[in-house]
Design a protein around this ligand. Structure first.
Ligand code: DX5
Ligand code: ZN
Length: 218
């Protein structure tokens, strides 16, 4: 399928050279740049905050897809928006007031997405479906790159696709995406695939081939 979007996750990049890495995946054919923000509280790992996002922003014009794995979310939205996020997504499990969070993201003039953990049912997206630009379904438990794809989520991809219907909402998958698992996601109705280790493995000279391999397999 030619319309699928590949969003390499810079979680698997060399953090000592983030600017170069972002340029390398841009040139290698990335559609979006997926930025994983972790707080050591909502998930058991810590990555980077808005200052790092701001520092890499001048290195590419590509769309910054910012995946917040933090709680609380609301106090940080303005900072990520100002740092250069194009879309901000947050976990429905991270707080009691997701509509308020969506309004705060929209107030910054940014696209807004919700994220569902593997254990969260598709029905969690229902009350929010009229207010979002993207649903991100985790196919690993968030926190680390390089984990194995959880196959039982594939059925949920189809459920969320049905829920989306004709709405212009992106359906993105994150976790364990490889040339083997990508076609399962696309067949079930996803249109955007995040990939960390499958893109960044083997160094910059392999990025274009790694991205192409996922795109072709899907
Ligand atoms: C996991 C992150 C993912 C991760 C994917 O918590 O949200 O974006 O980087 O990495 P891979 O593709 O290696 O599973
Ligand atoms: Zn992610």
């Amino acid at each position: 399928m030619s319309t699928i979007r590949i969003a390499p996750s810079i979680l698997s990049a060399n953090f000592a050279k983030l600017g170069e890495e972002v340029r390398a995946i841009d040139e290698a054919g990335a559609d979006w740049i997926h930025c994983d923000v972790m707080d050591g509280h909502f998930v058991p790992n810590i990555t980077f905050g808005p200052d790092v996002l701001k520092a890499i922003r001048p290195h590419t014009k590509k769309f910054f897809d910012v995946h917040l794995m933090i709680a609380p979310v609301d106090p940080y939205i303005e900072a990520f928006a100002k740092a250069g996020a194009d879309l901000i997504s947050f976990h429905v499990e991270a707080g009691a007031h997701p509509h308020r969070t969506l309004q705060a993201i929209k107030a910054q003039g940014k696209k807004a997405g919700i994220v569902l953990n593997p254990g969260t049912p598709a029905s969690a997206a229902e009350p929010l479906i009229g207010d979002i630009d993207l649903v991100l379904l985790m196919t690993v438990n968030p926190g680390f790159g390089g984990q194995s794809f959880i196959h039982s989520v594939v059925e949920k991809i189809a459920q969320v696709r049905a829920l989306i219907g004709e709405r212009p909402i992106t359906l993105e998958i994150d976790g364990g995406v490889t040339p083997e698992t990508a076609p399962l996601c696309i067949k079930a109705g996803a249109d955007t695939l995040v990939a960390g280790s499958a893109v960044f493995k083997a160094g910059p000279s392999a990025y274009a081939g790694n991205i192409a391999a996922i795109r072709q397999a899907a």
